[in-house]
Design a protein around this ligand. Structure first.
Ligand SMILES: [Zn+2]
Length: 676
């Protein structure tokens, strides 16, 4: 199933809750965080953050520690008060959503019941797999799992038709692999080989936990790796997956059956209450063809092992300590974290994922004010107006493309804080006494039914893709909407007590970033109505592409950990959004400052404080393991380059800090890229 969903940061970072004390900030920009031994024109990231980076090593339970984590930590303490309260009133609260949140969180926190149960919650499912004997049983198992929303091998769901965005059709995406990306199955460098070996050991350990002998488990784990490698071979790369034309393949059910004739699609649709589906967007036809032939070629016994491993892997975090520990031990290869998060933090994240809007409703009632919403709305409007001015002055663009760009900008839907219409959880049953695992399964089935139920219905434009407490933001090209959850409208992004420069360099640039996604290399392929359709003239498209390609090439040349290169094509959309967002927000700040006196604070002008604020939100220490994993999977560039790369292209930055052309932070005009 396709979800084109462009967030400010990767969600794996956004959802990680902090370990240390809550977010303390004595002043919006504290000079103690600087490294004044480093010249701002040499390495601005280090100049702005060196003091902080030195004083804030990564806490043992984290892969990364930075501003996002600090804010998420402060937010977690707020969510904990909401959840403790809901758990205390889980039988008496008048609001059914509060009872559900309370019951879910309480069951997750009930470690005694979870330990006593061991693998009991999945025993029935293990017996179901054990009873599989024939290739038909294998396919029927896939169908019954799909109907419960568990999506083994692939997931069928609803999606907007990318070329007719007012229509909701079916969608099938690629899936079936347990490592973070196809490349992990094929790369031969030492770091990747070590991860693959650890993965096989992890699969074997999980199989032993549900009763296999170590010898059989070792061989079975190798067969799972071999099967997943065959699946991975059919996967699109992450760069290919960013190409919306390539991933748009609308099929009728008959055409789908022609692609994969051995699988009973009608049976799957019927089991999933989607018999009325008339069109399916297959994001990667090659994957569906591969699945069809693997279902014929791979022995039933291998599928049974694969299903068992999938079941244990998905259930692990809701089971007893041996399962949780095994999952954590493997994850350390990708995160570098030294210890697990305390249970309550894992349960806060779990509840937020399961019942985000029920939790979010209680959270915003307590912690988000109408004033904050009004101020954020005003800021979005200012930045939108500035974007329009900016479009008017782009000389590389013809008037006909410019007029289409205005239309797209004017059609932006802005969502701020929390949904106008809350998600209806009345069909979800989280009952007192149910286990954490049962609750998690109930949520999965509920979300699946909710998702499938949208097929052939009008698009619901009130929906949100992130929960209100989330410290993140996103642009959705199919809806042409920019969305800012309440969670991000707090310091250091937005601080009611800070000067304009700090708020424009933080939240302002974030708003500009999301708007710019509508005009990045991917977003620009969608029109004002969210349809995948070229609206640039041929010449303008060539101008645009030469600029975005030049920007990608700059990032290809940037490295981390001495020699690991950033992928310029994978990160192009995010990099364009950062550069555009900063440029627009800076101009909006200049307008807001107007003729006011440009008073220095701590020796810095407002212009300088704008850039210090941007650098501050990206400060972060990262483990080498996480840094490598993110280079391979994350469409966002590493923190240091989210600061230094765009700023070194901006004449505004060079002027604010007096950087000479050709210094590391000021590219010569001929090399600097300007897009929006
Ligand atoms: Zn983004």
């Amino acid at each position: 199933m396709k979800r084109i969903f462009i967030g400010l940061i990767a969600t794996l970072i956004a959802s990680s809750a902090g370990a240390q004390g809550s977010y303390h900030q004595t002043k919006p920009l504290d000079p103690i965080n600087l490294d004044t031994t480093c010249a701002p024109c040499t390495n601005f990231y280090q100049f702005a953050n060196g003091g902080w980076l030195n004083a804030n090593p990564i806490p043992p339970a984290y892969a990364q520690w930075g501003s996002f984590n600090e804010l998420a930590e402060a937010n977690n303490e707020k969510l904990k008060t909401v959840l403790d309260d809901a758990a205390a009133h889980r039988t008496t609260a008048t609001d059914a959503d509060v009872r559900k949140v309370g019951n879910y969180y309480a069951a997750c926190m009930d470690s005694t019941a979870i330990e006593n149960a061991g693998d009991q919650p999945i025993q029935g499912a293990l017996r179901q797999i054990a009873a599989i004997n024939t290739p038909t049983d294998v396919k029927n198992y896939l169908i019954s799992e799909a109907a419960l929303g568990r999506g083994v091998l692939f997931r069928f769901g609803s999606t907007q038709d990318a070329k007719n965005s007012s229509e909701v059709i079916g969608g099938i995406g690629q899936g079936g692999i347990g490592l973070p990306d196809r490349d992990y199955y094929f790369k031969t460098d030492a770091a990747t080989v070590a991860i693959r070996n650890a993965y096989v050991k992890h699969i074997a350990n999980d199989l032993v936990l549900v009763g296999e002998s170590p010898e059989k488990a070792e061989a079975d784990a190798q067969s799972v790796l071999a099967l997943e490698t065959s699946i991975a071979a059919s996967h699109l790369t992450r760069v290919q997956s960013r190409n919306p034309e390539l991933t748009y393949n609308r099929k009728t059910p008959v055409q789908l059956a022609e692609l994969a004739p051995d699988f009973d699609w009608q049976a799957l649709f019927a089991a999933d209450h989607a018999s009325g589906v008339t069109a399916i967007d297959v994001s990667n036809p090659k994957f569906i063809v591969a699945v069809d032939s693997l279902l014929k070629a791979v022995p039933v016994s291998t599928w049974k092992t694969y299903f068992t491993w999938n079941l244990v892997s998905r259930a692990a975090n809701a089971l007893s300590t041996p399962f949780v520990d095994e999952a954590f031990t493997f994850s350390q290869n990708l995160t570098g974290a030294k210890e697990q998060l305390p249970r309550y933090k894992r349960c806060i994240s779990s509840t937020d994922r399961a019942l985000g809007e029920a939790l979010g409703k209680a959270y915003v009632a307590k912690y988000f004010t109408p004033q904050a919403k009004a101020r954020a709305n005003a800021m979005v409007n200012n930045i939108k107006a500035e974007f329009r001015t900016r479009l008017a002055s782009r000389t590389w663009m013809s008037d006909s493309t410019r007029n289409m760009a205005y239309k797209k900008l004017d059609a932006f839907v802005q969502k701020i804080g929390y949904p106008d219409k809350w998600k209806d959880y009345s069909a979800l049953h989280i009952t007192p006494g149910a286990s954490y695992y049962q609750n998690a399964q109930a949520v999965t089935a509920f979300n699946n039914a909710d998702d499938i139920g949208r097929i052939n219905k009008p698009v619901d434009r009130t929906r949100w893709g992130m929960s209100p407490p989330t410290v993140n933001a996103y642009y959705n090209p199919l809806m042409n909407e920019i969305v800012f959850p309440a969670g991000i409208m707090q310091p250091p992004f937005f601080d009611p007590n800070a000067d304009d420069a700090v708020n424009y360099g933080g939240m302002g640039a974030v708003i500009g970033h999301e708007m710019s996604h509508g005009f990045d290399d991917e977003g620009a392929q969608f029109d004002a109505h969210g349809n995948l359709k070229t609206w640039f003239t041929k010449g303008d498209l060539a101008n645009f592409k030469s600029r975005t390609d030049a920007y990608a090439a700059q990032f290809d040349g940037r490295t981390i950990l001495d020699s690991v290169h950033v992928n310029g094509k994978l990160t192009n959309g995010e990099n364009i959004a950062d550069l555009g967002g900063l440029t627009i927000a800076y101009a909006a700040m200049e307008k807001a400052l107007g003729n006011k006196p440009r008073t220095k604070i701590d020796g810095f002008t407002p212009e300088q404080r704008f850039f210090l604020a941007w650098a501050q939100i990206w400060r972060s220490n990262t483990t080498p393991q996480a840094a490598r994993a993110r280079i391979a999977t994350d469409p966002h560039s590493p923190s240091i380059w989210r600061v230094n790369a765009p700023l070194s292209n901006m004449p505004e930055f060079a002027k604010a800090w007096g950087c000479k052309s050709g210094s590391p932070m000021a590219l010569p005009a001929a090399d600097a890229v300007v897009i929006w």
